[in-house]
Design a protein around this ligand. Structure first.
Ligand SMILES: NC(=O)c1ccc[n+]([C@@H]2O[C@H](COP(=O)([O-])OP(=O)(O)OC[C@H]3O[C@@H](n4cnc5c(N)ncnc54)[C@H](OP(=O)(O)O)[C@@H]3O)[C@@H](O)[C@H]2O)c1
Length: 239
C-alpha cells in the first residue's frame, strides 16, 4: 500500500505515519513544516516532501503513484480565528485525486458538526458556539461537499475529544452519523486509536462513502462500574 498523509505534523498525523510505517506501507508526507515530523527512526519507506496542501501542483506531485490519501489536518480554535483549511484543502485534494487517478480519501473532522439533541451539553452550548465555531463551520463545508461526491471513495472519521493515550488495540465503538449514541461515560478516544481506525478504513469497505462517529470503548462502561472493577474486569469485592 502506498499512501500520502497530510496533516502529518500534528499529533494524529504523526501517529498515522508511525503506524503506517509499522504496517510496512510506503508513506509519503506532504508538509509545510517537515521538520516537525517526529518519526522514531529513518525509514526507506518514508518520503517527506516540503510543500503546500493548498497548492494543486504540490498535491498532484506528492499523490502520484499512491493508492490513497489520508488527512489529519486541523484548524486552530478561537472565537475570532478564521478557518478554511478543511474546505480549501479538500477542493485541492479532490482535483488532484481526479487528475492523478487516486480514488481513496480518508479524513477526520469531529463528532457533532451538525446539531443533534443527543450530543453532550458542553459541546452543543459552550464549545461549538464559541471557540470551535469557525473550525466546525469549515468542517461542515467539507463534509457537505463530500457527501455529494460521486467520483471518489471517501470516509470522514468523526471522533469526540482526542486524548494522547497509548494505543489500546481495542476496536472503537462506531456509528454512522454525528455521534455514538447511548454512552453512559464521557466520550473520548486516543489519537493512536483514531489513527489506527483511519488506517483500518483502507482495508475494509465498511465505511466507504460514510461519515462515521467513533469513540473509545471505555465510554461504554458507566464511571461507577469502571471504578469498581479490577484490571481483569472482575468486581473488587468478588471472591
Ligand atoms: N483536539 C480534539 O479534542 C479534537 C476533537 C475532535 C476532532 N479533532 C480534529 O481531529 C483532527 C486531528 O487533530 P490533532 O489535534 O491531531 O491535529 P491538529 O493539531 O488539529 O492538526 C494540525 C495539523 O494540521 C496542519 N495544518 C493546519 N493548518 C494548515 C494549513 N493551512 N496548511 C497546511 N497544514 C495545516 C498542521 O501543520 P503544521 O504542523 O505545519 O502547523 C498539522 O499538521 C483535527 O482536524 C481536529 O480538529 C480534534
Amino acid at each position: 500500500m502506498r499512501i500520502l498523509i497530510v496533516g502529518a505534523t500534528g499529533p494524529t498525523g504523526q501517529e498515522l505515519v508511525r503506524q503506517a510505517l509499522d504496517k510496512g506501507y510506503d508513506v509519503k508526507v506532504l508538509a509545510r513544516n517537515p521538520d516537525k515530523l517526529n518519526v522514531p527512526q529513518p525509514s526507506e519507506k518514508l518520503k517527506v516532501i516540503h510543500g503546500d496542501v493548498l497548492k494543486l501542483e504540490d498535491v498532484k506531485d506528492a499523490l502520484t503513484g499512491c493508492d490513497a490519501i489520508l488527512s489529519a489536518l486541523g484548524g486552530k480554535p478561537g472565537m475570532f480565528t478564521s478557518c478554511d483549511v478543511y474546505s480549501k484543502s479538500y477542493d485541492v485534494i479532490l482535483k488532484a485525486m481526479k487528475e492523478v487517478a487516486v480514488n481513496r480519501f480518508i479524513t477526520v473532522t469531529s463528532w457533532g458538526t451538525k446539531d443533534d439533541p443527543d450530543l453532550p451539553y458542553l459541546w452543543r452550548w459552550v464549545f461549538k458556539p464559541s471557540l470551535l465555531r469557525n473550525v466546525v463551520a469549515d468542517m461542515v463545508v467539507m463534509e457537505d461537499k463530500l457527501v455529494k461526491e460521486q467520483d471518489i471513495n471517501w470516509t470522514v472519521v468523526k471522533p469526540p475529544r482526542l486524548m494522547d493515550n497509548p494505543l489500546t488495540g481495542v476496536a472503537p465503538l462506531t456509528m454512522e452519523g454525528q455521534l455514538v449514541r447511548g454512552l453512559p461515560g464521557k466520550a473520548q478516544i486516543g489519537r493512536p486509536d483514531l489513527a489506527k481506525f483511519m488506517l483500518d478504513c483502507l482495508t475494509t469497505a465498511e465505511w466507504d462513502r460514510k461519515l462515521v462517529a467513533i469513540c473509545s470503548r471505555a465510554a461504554a462502561v458507566p464511571p461507577a462500574a469502571a471504578e469498581g472493577n479490577s484490571v481483569d474486569g472482575q468486581d473488587k469485592g468478588e471472591k
